[in-house]
Design a protein around this ligand. Structure first.
Ligand code: ATP
Length: 239
């Protein structure tokens, strides 16, 4: 793909008299793993929702894989989200009545696309759930459920995967496995990942961290260590 996976140009989002985002411009390159950090209320979720076409900026422009999403009607925007964007949530959001494998292939069925069996098997293998592919989410640990959710987010080969606090509900070990998995999806498959997190240890897996305060990106750290990130959060008012 030419150009960045995601481009925000002067993006603002106001809710009444609250400015959640103030003229934010940032590119996320294809194959890059970006973490978004910052104090509560600094605009992380708003940034992610605007970048993913879930929220509409009040100013500026967002492009996903070169397509300006502001110019799309709601139907087209839904299509773009379904086909070009994968989501991973803190609470996994798997369908409890479906098997792991049917959860993973659900985005393809929603888009009326046929599953590439080899790709689905590879993904199930990569997330370490081959033995459990016929189990239901309730029979899995939190870490296993999140790994299934990561496979689901990747199955349609999206331009970008947005992960919102993906390790927030996991213990240390399961969290580390999930972060290593996201990292390997970036390194081995060239997947673009944007992850919102409060945890400096999680953000240290990223290639770049954007640190937000008051609706702006106030610091950008390349290949940050957890200690760099913790220091940055203290500078911007958290920690
Ligand atoms: N739907 C909304 N209506 C009104 N105000 C909102 C709405 N969504 C967010 N805000 C406000 O915008 C600002 C940024 O919120 P946002 O949720 O993006 O922050 P955040 O950094 O993700 O916070 P947290 O870490 O607590 O999730 C906050 O002041 C918040 O109260």
């Amino acid at each position: 793909m030419n150009g960045p996976a995601i481009r925000l140009t002067d993006v603002s989002r106001e809710y009444g008299d609250v400015t959640a985002l103030h003229r934010v411009s940032v590119d996320v390159e294809s194959g890059e793993f970006v973490a978004v950090m910052g104090p509560s209320g600094s605009g992380k979720s708003t940034l992610m929702h605007c970048a993913a076409g879930l929220d509409t900026p009040t100013g500026g422009e967002v492009t996903v894989g070169g397509t300006a999403i502001g110019g799309l009607n709601e139907t087209r925007r839904t299509e773009l989200r379904r086909e070009r964007i994968g989501f991973v949530f803190q609470s996994y959001n798997l369908v409890s009545s479906l098997t792991v494998e049917d959860n993973i292939t659900l985005p393809l069925r929603m888009a009326r696309r046929t599953a590439d069996r080899a790709w689905v098997s590879e993904l199930v293998e990569r997330v370490g759930l081959t033995e459990r592919r016929h189990h239901r989410p309730g029979q899995l640990s939190g870490g296993q459920q999140q790994r299934a959710a990561i496979a689901r987010a990747l199955v349609a080969r999206p331009a970008v995967v947005f992960a919102d606090e993906p390790t927030g509900a996991l213990d240390l070990r399961a969290a580390r496995d999930v972060l290593k998995l996201l990292r390997s999806m970036v390194d081995e498959l060239g997947q673009t990942v944007v992850m919102v997190t409060h945890d400096p240890a999680a953000a240290a897996h990223a290639d770049r961290a954007l640190v937000m305060a008051d609706g702006r990106i106030v610091e950008t750290l390349a290949k940050p260590s957890a200690a760099d990130l913790a220091a940055s959060l203290i500078r911007v008012g958290e920690g």
